[in-house]
Design a binder for this molecule. Structure first.
Ligand SMILES: NC(=O)c1ccc[n+]([C@@H]2O[C@H](COP(=O)([O-])OP(=O)(O)OC[C@H]3O[C@@H](n4cnc5c(N)ncnc54)[C@H](OP(=O)(O)O)[C@@H]3O)[C@@H](O)[C@H]2O)c1
Length: 339
């Protein structure tokens, strides 16, 4: 039997594009997780496409535009083979910690022009609202996004970090193809309302940080001590102080299951999110981020791993035991608007 070399495909939301069932998060190629070897990152993009990955994820905010510019040559070389996703709504300033959220119509219209220019395209396949400003009604924000669809600047719409009720409200303004929110063995607040609403509406779920920003790969024994000073994760509660060591200890069952399958903890984490979604009857396309071709191969191979019911039961309590929130300021998440 010949080994299957490309991953399976699925429709990204009712009427949405057909994509490989795992995408590639490109954020770390420009910022947040330490130095990038540009040649290796470009090789990773090509390796992803060769493995059947077609959904490539960026945002205007990553590297303050640099990530979109970094992707432009790859996009130009493969425009018709890929589904290009980017996002708007987060404003930054010279203060590296500052994050503002803008959803107003004027901002949406200005943001899309910047992304189209930096990416070197005349249409974005999937345009997400990265964060919701509850002061701006969906009629205005998603209404402005719908105008972009009508004008041919955007093909499909997505949202990030919205609750189930918010997803329903937005979907009534214009069909939403995908909801991108954090979902992993360590972060399961989306299962409260967003996952159910997405399943019911036929919206695909795109879990971001499915490897817990690298924590679930088992890379850290004491992340607080091991991460370099400039790494963004040093500001994340789960990676800091006593939480770092306590959370590393939680990975024992992940390592055990990985050993039983002859795979890595990262692969178990990715298989988990894929299987957890199928419990909800949901199309799921996780977007693990990597800048290394070897890890890309490892991550895509995880789409073929099947965990047993006993293994899923062993992993079930992990999220409730994690020390520290998933963001230092949880008002930046949908969780804050429903707990
Ligand atoms: N919508 C949102 O608000 C939001 C927020 C965060 C992220 N995102 C998107 O989601 C994507 C993925 O999330 P993420 O990058 O934050 O976290 P992630 O995918 O959970 O983890 C990425 C980290 O894991 C490492 N890694 C990847 N595969 C590995 C493997 N097989 N073995 C060991 N280490 C591995 C990566 O290092 P290397 O790169 O060195 O391999 C990187 O440090 C981002 O790229 C971005 O596009 C969206």
């Amino acid at each position: 039997m010949t080994e299957q070399t490309t991953i399976a495909r699925a429709e990204l939301g009712k009427g949405g594009p057909v994509v490989g069932i795992q995408g590639l998060g490109c954020m770390g190629m420009s910022e947040f997780y330490g130095d990038t070897d540009e040649a290796a990152a470009r090789e990773t993009l090509e390796a992803a496409l060769a493995a059947g990955v077609t959904l490539f994820d960026t945002a205007d905010v990553y590297g303050r535009g640099a990530n979109e510019e970094f992707l432009a040559p790859f996009v130009a070389a493969h425009r018709d083979e890929i589904t290009l996703a980017t996002k708007f709504a987060i404003e930054r300033s010279d203060d590296p910690a500052y994050r503002g959220v803008r959803n107003d119509r004027a901002y949406v219209r200005q943001a899309v022009e910047g992304s189209l220019r930096r990416l070197g395209v005349d249409v974005i396949d999937l345009y997400y609202m990265h964060r919701r400003d509850p002061a701006v009604p969906f009629a205005e924000s998603v209404g402005a996004m719908a105008e972009l669809v009508q004008e041919g600047k955007v093909r499909h719409l997505g949202l990030s970090e919205v609750t189930g009720p918010e997803l329903r409200e937005a979907h009534a303004v214009h069909p939403i193809a995908a909801l991108q929110s954090e979902w992993s063995l360590f972060s399961r607040d989306v299962e409260r309302s967003a996952v159910g609403a997405a399943a019911e509406l036929g919206v695909a779920f795109v879990p971001y940080s499915p490897l817990g920003r690298g924590f679930l790969t088992g890379a850290f024994a004491d992340a607080a001590a091991e991460l370099p000073a400039e790494d963004f994760r040093r500001s994340q509660p789960r990676f800091t102080g006593e939480n770092a060591k306590a959370n590393a200890a939680l990975l024992a069952p992940v390592r055990e299951i990985a050993a039983a399958h002859g795979v890595t903890p990262a692969q178990v984490a990715l298989a988990w999110v894929q299987q957890r979604a199928s419990v909800h009857g949901l199309t799921v396309v996780p977007i693990p981020g990597t800048r290394k071709p070897g890890r890309l191969a490892e991550n895509t191979a995880a789409t073929r791993i099947s965990l047993t019911a006993a293994e899923l039961a062993l992993l079930e309590p992990l999220a409730s035991r994690v020390a520290g929130a998933r963001y230092p300021d949880m008002t930046f998440t949908s969780d804050a608007r429903e707990s």
